[in-house]
Design a protein around this ligand. Structure first.
Ligand code: C2E
Ligand code: MG
Ligand code: MG
Ligand code: MG
Length: 278
């Protein structure tokens, strides 16, 4: 394609693009190194029941501190890991760390906690993905119902046969499924009905705006209502104020996470958070 376009094509590649490609290339090398050196960390953000205010589980969020570049956010490195295929290995590592951590909470007496892990579509594009997840659970002794997998709604619309089969098998095995960033994409409601979804997570942009913006409030209200009618749970992400928390509770939203209660915490801090809450 580039060949047929001819030499003139080269003029379209600007210095900025080269710079970006170089940065990506360097970052990708660093990503490989970090995976080898295990310099990634999984942090855990508490999820609370909006009525009882009890911790019901946590979302695993990947963290990366680079020795010289400092903290690099998931929004910066996840797309790169996806593009390079590295996400399979990285995602599996996150899954194993998360499962181990959840087993630890259970051992400490917090037996009902559920761990939620974000999934990239590329991860469940392999026919044996579900099998490998079930093996991981078996190896560490965590029951299927204590694992929740978060997938973004666009995935449900763009999925291929392998991905669809995996989603069905995961649900059939008793693993919980959540739709992440709900409201941000196509929001195809037919898929929620067709697939065995346990919860929908209301995107934090709407949650943030709901106390001051009527449209955001309308959207959040509608999403909670749909969830209720379909018999699935609604989860609000990005709750930063007491006002929004009580508004969500009034609307019948089931659970939430956000800076009001806590950022994502490393294991020891998360466990301290649990103990303080008791
Ligand atoms: P997400 O799954 O929607 O995760 C929620 C994001 O909102 C997290 O950002 C979290 O730190 C942030 N957040 C939580 N509470 C609040 C709040 O009250 N206010 C604000 N402003 N933000 C809040 P984070 O950790 O930077 O992650 C960004 C995205 O990166 C995640 O969005 C997820 O899509 C992706 N990601 C993170 N870890 C993983 C992973 O292990 N695997 C995959 N595939 N994706 C991941
Ligand atoms: Mg998520
Ligand atoms: Mg989300
Ligand atoms: Mg989000």
């Amino acid at each position: 394609e580039a060949k047929s376009a001819g030499r003139n094509q080269i003029c379209l590649i600007t210095d900025k693009m080269i710079e970006k490609t170089e940065t990506e290339f360097i970052l990708l090398e660093e990503l490989r190194k970090a995976l080898r050196d295990e310099s990634f960390k999984v942090h855990f953000q508490p999820k609370l029941d909006l009525v009882t205010k009890e911790v019901i589980g946590a979302e695993a969020l990947l963290r990366w501190w680079h020795p010289t570049m400092g903290q690099i956010t998931p929004n910066q490195f996840i797309p790169l890991a996806e593009k390079s295929g590295l996400i399979k290995e990285l995602g599996f590592w996150v899954l194993e760390q998360s499962i181990k951590e959840c087993v630890y909470w259970h051992k400490r007496g917090y037996k009902d906690l559920v761990i939620a892990v974000n999934l990239s579509p590329i991860q469940f594009n392999s026919p044996d993905f579900t099998k490998s997840v079930l093996q991981l659970l078996g190896r560490h002794g965590l029951s299927e119902s204590h694992l929740e997998l978060e997938i973004t709604e666009n995935v449900l619309i763009e999925q291929n046969d392998v991905q669809r089969a995996n989603i069905n098998m995961l649900a059939a095995a008793g693993i919980k499924l959540a739709i992440d960033d709900f409201g941000k994409g196509y929001s195809n409601l037919a898929y929620i009905k067709k697939l065995n979804i346990d919860s929908i997570k209301i995107d934090f942009e709407f949650v943030k705006g709901m106390a001051s913006n009527d449209d955001d409030l309308a959207i959040v209200t509608a999403i909670i209502d749909i969830a209720k009618r379909l018999g699935i749970k609604s989860v609000a992400e990005g709750v930063e104020s007491e006002d929004i928390s009580s508004l969500l509770k009034e609307l019948g939203c089931n659970s939430a996470q956000g800076f009001l209660w806590s950022h994502a915490l490393e294991s020891s801090a998360f466990n301290a958070f649990l103990d303080e809450k008791e």
